[in-house]
Design a binder for this molecule. Structure first.
Ligand code: OGA
Ligand code: MN
Length: 284
């Protein structure tokens, strides 16, 4: 098994490893690479639903998949597998979530008190173009902040909205409130320490309906705009072009991700699992 850095800020590719045959020693090296790089890419995998769930479970207890836009349980018999897809099922509804549009920068399920530590996405069917998934490294982004901005956010918390998913769709059963202070969500420290390495990272969640605790709304908006502009600069990001059989794992505490749109008439089917947060995100 080999580990190759993809960019200095985020991501490593693990090659010469068949996940179905992975040893305990190899898994330890996978976790070490993951802690160092925030995101991992494995190509040419061949994972059954059972093997996908078994691999994800080695990282920790799994979180049940969030409610899908179609209100259904994603994969019968696999409550942990979330389907990300635009494909229309026999009932005329998409079989998965997020459609074919852009998924804006976010980290998964940060509206929970204990958001998942990690998510992983496995490519089953892909459109001929578009649908790239991007990662941004939030440890590097934190380290690259100007000192005055570091000071400004020290000790502060952000409210993470739970109304809309990253595709811009309202989550089933949630009422829309235009004031971020009134929408549903959870507060987390803006700067979080990685649970294993202690390395600080910006923890921004998602921009829409976010709010910096204690500030007037216009000040909160201005500070958030400044932080988001910084955190998604090209020097911190990596764009992944998918092939069928790719598995991308990201640390939700140390990265953001987004997705490019693709042709709505093309088919894209991805399976996702999410690893439960062992703790709430910790302040540094
Ligand atoms: C996700 C997600 C992006 C993609 O599954 O959490 O943001 O590329 N997916 O489908
Ligand atoms: Mn996501």
């Amino acid at each position: 098994m080999k580990v190759r850095e993809l960019t200095p800020a985020v991501g490593a590719e693990i090659s010469d490893l068949d996940i179905n045959l992975m040893t305990g020693g190899e898994f330890d090296r996978v976790v070490e690479a993951w802690d160092n790089h925030g995101g991992l890419l494995f190509r040419n995998q061949n994972l059954s639903n059972d093997a996908f769930v078994a691999f994800a479970s080695r990282f920790g207890e799994l979180e049940a998949a969030p409610v899908m836009e179609n209100g259904r349980t994603p994969v019968p018999g696999y409550p942990e597998i979330y389907v990300v897809s635009n494909v229309i099922g026999s009932d005329g509804k998409p079989i998965g979530s997020l459609g074919a549009g852009e998924a804006v920068w976010h980290t998964d399920m940060s509206y929970l008190e204990n958001p998942p530590d990690a998510s992983m996405l496995y490519a089953l069917e892909l459109p001929p173009a578009g649908g790239d998934t991007w990662l941004a490294g939030m440890s590097a982004a934190y380290e690259g902040l100007p000192d005055d901005l570091k000071e400004k956010i020290s000790g502060k918390r952000i409210k993470h909205d739970g109304t809309f998913n990253s595709g811009g769709f309202r989550r089933a059963g949630v009422e829309v409130r235009e004031d971020p202070r009134e929408s549903i969500g959870a507060y987390h420290p803006i700067v979080c320490a990685h649970p294993r390495t202690g390395r600080p990272a910006l923890y921004l969640g998602r921009r829409r309906l976010a709010y910096v605790e204690g500030l007037e709304l216009p000040e909160s908006e201005a500070l958030l705009d400044e932080l988001w502009e910084h955190a998604t600069k090209s020097e911190f990001v990596f764009a992944h072009k998918w092939r069928v059989g790719d598995l991308l794992v990201w640390d939700n505490r140390a990265t953001l991700h987004r997705r490019d749109p693709f042709d709505a008439k093309a088919r894209r089917i991805m399976h996702r699992t999410q690893i439960k947060g062992a703790t709430a995100p910790n302040a540094v």
